[in-house]
Write a protein that binds this ligand. Structure first.
Ligand code: FAD
Length: 390
């Protein structure tokens, strides 16, 4: 009998406009041409040509894609989600590059910046000529950023920033860092050109996940910034959290891309790999794994699309993004692990994408709010009780 692709089982394409499908096709082609042939090598070496890729992504309008004005593409949330899905089908590290650039660094400036900050940074960042990073996490403060130690104090009109940010995607290659720091009036955001004296970034080595992404420690040692370096309308922790909601929305879609690539690979493999004189795809246990994986992929897709349509209607709430992130990353990881078993020994090789995706998804489960934190967000919605703090 003819084979049907997992997402075609329920005809998800029928839920999209022509324009959405076109954007998806363009990003899929980019990933096929510019990512797939090289990504296993980048991953193994732990090196990725971020600048080159950023320019290519920028040329296609993928950076700050869902923002409007300042040379941004002004695409819908659903189109942005589809782009994230295709990028992450290549590798979670490349979707991370686009998420951090567009949804964290650019969004922070676009939403909370001054006109001068927007003019200075957004067009260059949309083109991929300037790389941004977003410094919230610290060595001792991850899930609880409200306890951050990084401080900004006034010296005349200037600001002096001191602190250390940890696990910052793209910090070692960034031209500009959006840094969150405590001031006398609570938490504020600062736009910090990385060439400013006192700013340094060390690459974090020995990662066993997200190796096709540059991650760094960002050190701010008495960094002197002009008065206008502060994001004027960013006051309080809810501001960086609002940026994370933007990026998390992309993850809701992106994780499904990694899962889809694992499932496509496993189905291809299982239909050609013969054991006991039969393709392993003909064994019931293999089919059960494939069927259950396809179901979770489809359910996750419908959830992502629903959240995307809510976002495009201007009605998406952060807690709803938590539902999507928790479910879709957790299920994507389960799918990746199941698919890994179907490939047998080949499942652990970088010759196939499955182990790489599975290892990447461990990071995706943890960053942008851990799965536990999102469980607590959903738990609080259901009970009205916060289980976070003592
Ligand atoms: P912790 O907060 O120490 O958590 C450890 C464990 O305790 C987790 O299982 C957690 O769920 C659990 N836990 C904590 N509090 C509670 C609670 N109240 N109830 C129940 N369980 C709890 N950060 C940035 O700011 N910018 C970036 O660009 C960035 N990029 C990253 C890239 C990579 C590759 C990685 C791995 C991380 C990145 N991060 C970034 C950091 C990431 O957001 C944090 O790792 C994440 O928020 C978790 O913080 P933590 O690692 O300190 O873990």
């Amino acid at each position: 009998a003819d084979r049907v692709a997992p997402l075609d089982l329920i005809d998800v394409d029928s839920l999209h406009s022509e324009e959405e499908l076109q954007i998806r096709a363009v990003v899929r082609r980019l990933v096929a041409d510019r990512v797939r042939p090289y990504v296993a090598d980048w991953y193994e070496r732990g090196e990725v040509p971020v600048r080159e890729l950023a320019k290519e992504f920028g040329a296609l309008g993928l950076l700050g894609m869902h923002l409007s004005g300042y040379s941004c593409a002004g695409a819908s949330a659903v189109a942005y989600g589809l782009a994230c899905m295709e990028l992450e089908a290549g590798d979670s590290g490349l979707r991370s590059l686009v998420s951090v650039q567009g949804s964290l660094a650019m969004f922070a400036i676009w939403r909370y910046g001054s006109e001068a900050q927007k003019e200075q940074w957004l067009p260059a960042m949309a083109a991929g000529d300037a790389i941004g990073c977003f410094g919230l996490t610290e060595p001792d403060h991850g899930s609880d950023p409200a306890s951050m130690k990084t401080r900004a104090r006034r010296d005349g009109d200037d600001w002096i920033l001191t602190g250390t940010k940890m696990w910052i995607t793209n910090a070692p290659v960034a031209d500009v860092a959006v840094v969150w720091a405590r001031t006398e009036d609570g938490i504020n955001g600062f736009v910090v050109p990385t060439e400013t004296p006192g700013v340094s970034a060390r690459t974090i080595k020995h990662k066993l996940s997200l190796r096709a992404s540059v991650t760094g420690e960002l050190v701010l040692d008495e960094v002197r910034l002009p008065a206008d370096a502060v994001l004027p309308t960013a006051r309080g922790l809810k501001v960086p959290l609002s940026c994370l909601t933007e990026a998390r929305y992309g993850i809701v879609w992106g994780a499904l891309g990694a899962a889809r690539d694992c499932l496509d690979t496993a189905i291809d493999y299982a239909t050609t790999r013969v054991q006991f004189d039969r393709p392993i795809a003909g064994f019931q246990l293999t089919q059960a794994k494939l069927a259950d994986s396809a179901l979770e992929l489809e359910k996750g897709y419908l959830l992502a699309l629903h959240l995307g349509r809510r976002a495009d209607a201007g009605a998406l709430r952060p807690q709803q993004v938590s539902v999507g992130k928790l479910n879709n990353v957790r299920e994507a990881l389960t799918i990746a692990r199941q698919c890994r078993t179907i490939l047998g020994a080949n499942g652990i090789s970088a010759e196939y994408p499955v182990m790489r995706h599975a290892a990447n998804l461990e990071t995706v489960l943890t960053y942008e709010g851990t799965s536990e934190i999102h469980q607590l967000v959903v738990g609080q919605q259901l009970t009205g009780l916060s289980a976070f703090a003592s």
